[in-house]
Design a protein around this ligand. Sequence first.
Ligand code: SF4
Length: 129
Amino acid sequence: MLDTLMDILLFRLHKRNADSKTPKLTTGTIVFGGLIRLSLIVIAIWWISDVWEFHQFWPLFSLMVIMIVFYPAYREMSIFSDAVDILKESTLCGSCKHFEPSAQICSRYDEHITEEHIPCEGMDWEPHS
Ligand code: SF4
């Protein structure tokens, strides 16, 4: 069902990389998922305050943003950081100067790196200077 509602609005439910080339969880999916969730909360709060004339919505809005946007995004960011640490230790790319850990990407090939997919297959590895 629409890819399980875009893997529950992009935080991806800890799925493994489907095609082993593209990581399911990246900083981009976390930020995009946070923005979608925040937009849905704003629409819901706007509807609640308009239809039910509930004008003291700031405490509810703050609580929903913390519980539905910030805390899940923080938790997924920790999982992403752990995955990148494992990737750095288990692949050649971890010691290469072209590896961008914040995006789990090779800056030379502009491709994501996974344990199963190293874009240059080790041919363009260069040490950090
Ligand atoms: S150049 Fe090769 S070894 Fe270096 S980060 Fe890119 S894919 Fe990995």
